[in-house]
Design a protein around this ligand. Structure first.
Ligand SMILES: Nc1ncnc2c1ncn2[C@@H]1O[C@H](COP(=O)(O)OP(=O)(O)OP(=O)(O)O)[C@@H](O)[C@H]1O
Length: 316
């Protein structure tokens, strides 16, 4: 069942672009939906409308059966938001912040206390549970903000870059809690620039660019939609070396000495043999054949920015 339904949403700022330009998406009960997009793609604008902080120019939003535009208070009750910016914690401890948030969001005292203890333990930050916020590291502050959001969350949980500043081990603990929120029947909307994390943590992904959803699907489905199944990574011996053309390959991306060549699976054997010859001849320093990553797909959809021009192709 859809917890969030956004249809043809348009937001035009008075002095600015169409920050959302016809966005349609759904977030279902029990799923983590990743929202990917470059800076300025329109992700925050979308969230602000979902939680009733900004008014759409046109289009509709249904959140847990209600309308956040007509009734922003009910939207905020149905949804917990972990914003991109650090939450102010000066003068209060993580335990106080999480427990108080749960209480404000309607949890009875016993439940708020128990849930706070469980979350601080699950995120491995009990050590700092009673330390004043101004003495906490950025990562512990971030994990505290996550626990505040997860304490008494409502049916939709929105998280904007939740793992910023968090160490790799505690990131895994955080993701386990995100999965637990979804397993408990919540819809989770995860906003991020981190394609690799989104790939591992989200059930479905929506990619935004210039105010529009330009692709949507499971990580595997999005990867299957690109031309090459594989990519050949080449480190050329010389930055000015001409590019190497492989039979059946897609358009290469070049950054300095590094060249990435998309390859269909049936062209891989020939390309590998060819790369081995070029390495033996000293023209390639090293190479690796890997499956296409979601990051490749993402760059293909929204543009890379750092790709350099071609240096002329040379048949291998
Ligand atoms: N209050 C505002 N007034 C005018 N233009 C705005 C306003 N807020 C955002 N914009 C513009 O709307 C577009 C979308 O911005 P938005 O913040 O939604 O993008 P984003 O995808 O969240 O970016 P980021 O990943 O950097 O957080 C941008 O061009 C931005 O400059």
């Amino acid at each position: 069942m859809a917890v969030l339904e956004v249809d043809h949403l348009v937001k035009r700022y008075r002095r600015g672009p169409r920050a959302n330009d016809g966005v349609t998406l759904r977030a279902e009960e029990g799923e983590v939906l990743g929202l990917l997009g470059h800076n300025g793609a329109g992700k925050t604008t979308l969230i602000n409308q979902v939680v009733g902080l900004a008014r759409p120019t046109s289009g509709t939003i249904r959140l847990a059966g209600g309308d956040p535009v007509a009734d922003p208070a009910s939207a905020r009750a149905a949804c917990a938001l972990m914003p991109q910016s650090q939450v102010p914690l000066d003068g209060i401890t993580p335990r106080q912040a999480v427990e108080t948030t749960a209480r404000i969001r309607g949890a009875p005292r016993q439940r708020a206390r128990a849930r706070t203890g469980d979350l601080l333990a699950a995120l491995d930050i009990e050590e700092w549970a009673d330390t004043a916020g101004e003495h906490l590291s950025g990562g512990v502050r971030r994990l505290t903000a996550f626990a505040m959001t997860a304490a008494e969350p409502g049916r939709l949980v929105i998280m904007d870059e939740p793992t910023n500043d968090v160490d790799p081990v505690r990131r895994r603990l955080l993701w386990a809690q995100v999965r637990a929120l979804a397993a408990g029947g919540r819809a989770v909307l995860l906003v991020t620039h981190n394609v690799a994390e989104a790939e591992r943590s989200a059930d479905r992904l929506a990619v935004m660019d210039s105010g529009r959803v330009v692709a949507e699907g499971t990580p595997a489905g999005l990867r299957a939609g690109v031309a090459g199944d594989l990519r050949l990574d080449l480190l050329m011996a010389d930055a000015d070396a001409p590019e190497v053309a492989f039979a059946g390959a897609g358009r290469p991306h070049r950054v300095g000495r590094r060249i990435i060549v998309p390859l269909p699976a049936d062209a891989a054997d020939a390309a590998l043999a060819c790369a081995q010859r070029l390495r033996a001849a000293g023209r390639i320093e090293e190479f690796a054949l890997t499956p296409v990553s979601l990051e490749d797909v993402y760059i293909g959809l929204v543009g890379g920015g750092s790709e350099e021009g071609h240096h002329g192709a040379l048949a291998a």
